[in-house]
Design a protein around this ligand. Structure first.
Ligand code: LLP
Length: 441
């Protein structure tokens, strides 16, 4: 659903901007974020919850997918909240919301702070901002009680993160709901946690959270999760806990290749909403505020990465490598999770696809392959190769491996392109370096 078209120069346009021209103007590799697609996904989540969930709901953007001031401000203007997992994401989000004129109270209500090993400084920052803290473990609970007791009139709003013991079919690195996971309280600890939390005046425990994994195509795991969380909410009542919020996590997958077939946002929200509603009826408890925290399905399809094609190596009867000017530093997902992507040549949109080539990055590492066996037209050095669906976990996981500067990002809409992340320079790369005098002596 990109706002894409092909212009009279046979070149791909996104958001009304010609990709070859964008690369001439901003250089490559270049992240190109289509504002329309991002806003559409935000409104699909918002409207689906309004349609299918009779209670109160909130969609919070998992900003780990891509956190920067412009993305935060677009997502906020679509009335979504934020899941942050570090002081850095928190600072980015708060800064953007302040610039938008949000009051401190409104900022506090929009942000949920995650993490399995938050530092004391991070917790202090979150308390000062008054956002909700999603507590992962005992050490964190005890630290919060100590910090909260310093200011007993302002109990700290928290949710408890639980490990639901639900398996889903996705890459093992991005599975989180199974029992052998580093995240959240284990089911056998729940009674002890409920007992402890119900005795703490410093804490205001508002609900429960669980997240089962990412890039999930099935609906059943989240429906099962709804049952588990509702049962635990009910159990909380017997400990005197009034758990009014149910955060079901994120995880809806997107279509990276033709064979990927995820449910639509609407179908997913409908399934989750109905499962929660049904479970609450069965347990005879009031509908909680339902929170979902999607990342990938909000921003993944909204961005492409444009590269310039360079060298080529033909190994007869084995493989042809086509190298581009980025790679695992701007998109670490293929080398990390064997992720698949689609690619096209932006400036040869109607040339027949006559070649099978492997698109390689420029890093000094054999595994730095972006796409194996891509079907492409005949290309020339200087052509623009575009990798689709790079909005989630690309910029946010980018590195400076081999001292490559991180790419720029532009936001496109109605023929206008605005820089939202400036390209790093080679001087940026040595900015934090220090050279002790004695090394020069
Ligand atoms: N909530 C929690 C607590 C999470 O840990 C995550 C993702 C999300 C929400 C958002 O999940 P999403 O809707 O984006 O699937 N780097 C990996 C993905 C890691 C996901 C980590 N947690 C990748 O590139 O595939």
């Amino acid at each position: 659903p990109l706002s894409a078209s092909i212009n009279k120069n046979d070149c791909l346009e996104i958001g009304g901007c010609d990709l070859k021209t964008l690369v001439e103007q901003f250089g490559s590799p270049l992240y190109i974020l289509d504002e329309f697609t991002l806003r559409t996904a935000c409104s699909q989540y918002r409207e689906a919850f309004n349609t299918y969930y009779p209670g109160i709901s909130q969609v919070i953007y998992a900003s780990k997918a891509w956190s920067c001031l412009a993305v935060v401000s677009i997502v906020a203007s679509e009335q979504l909240g934020f899941d942050v997992v570090s002081a850095g994401e928190l600072h980015t989000t708060v800064t953007a919301l302040e610039k938008m004129g949000y009051s401190p109270e409104k900022i506090a209500n929009q942000i949920y702070f995650h993490g399995n090993n938050k530092s004391v400084e991070e917790l202090q920052l979150a308390i000062a901002i008054k956002c909700t803290i999603i507590v992962d473990n005992w050490l964190e609970l005890e630290t919060l009680v100590k910090l909260g007791n310093l200011n007993p009139n302002n109990p700290i709003p928290i949710l408890l993160r639980l490990t639901p013991g639900i398996e889903c079919h996705t890459h093992e690195y991005i599975r989180t709901g199974h029992l052998d996971s580093k995240f959240g309280f284990d089911p056998h600890q729940i009674e002890a946690v409920f007992t402890y939390v119900s005795q703490q005046k410093a804490l205001n425990c508002r609900g429960l959270h669980a997240h089962i994994g990412s890039q999930i195509f099935e609906r059943q795991p989240h429906q099962d999760l709804a049952d588990v969380l509702v049962k635990w909410i009910k159990k909380g009542q017997t400990y005197g806990l009034n758990l009014e919020e149910l955060n079901i996590g994120g995880g809806l997958g997107i279509r990276y290749t033709q064979s990927d077939d995820p449910p639509s946002i609407e179908e997913w929200v409908k399934a989750v909403s109905q499962a929660v509603t049904k479970a609450c009826l069965a347990e005879n408890i009031p509908l909680p505020k339902l929170i979902a925290e999607p990342g990938r399905s909000l921003i993944g399809s909204a961005c492409v990465t444009a590269y310039t094609i360079g060298s080529r190596k033909e190994i007869p009867e084995i493989r042809t490598y086509l190298a581009v000017d980025g790679g695992m530093s701007d998109n670490p997902r293929p080398i990390t999770y064997q992720s698949l992507y689609r690619t096209i040549i932006a400036n040869r949109m109607s040339t027949p696809l006559t070649e099978t080539v492997t698109v390689a990055g420029k890093h000094c590492e054999s595994g730095d392959i972006l796409i194996k066996d891509a079907q492409l037209p005949q290309t020339q050095p200087g052509d623009i190769l575009v990798v689709m669906g790079t909005g989630a976990y690309n910029y946010s996981m980018a590195s400076n491996y081999n001292r490559l500067p991180r790419p720029a990002a532009v936001l496109v809409q109605d023929g206008e392109a605005n820089l939202i992340v400036q390209r790093e320079t080679i001087n940026d790369l040595i900015r934090q370096d220090r050279l002790p005098d004695r090394l020069l002596a």
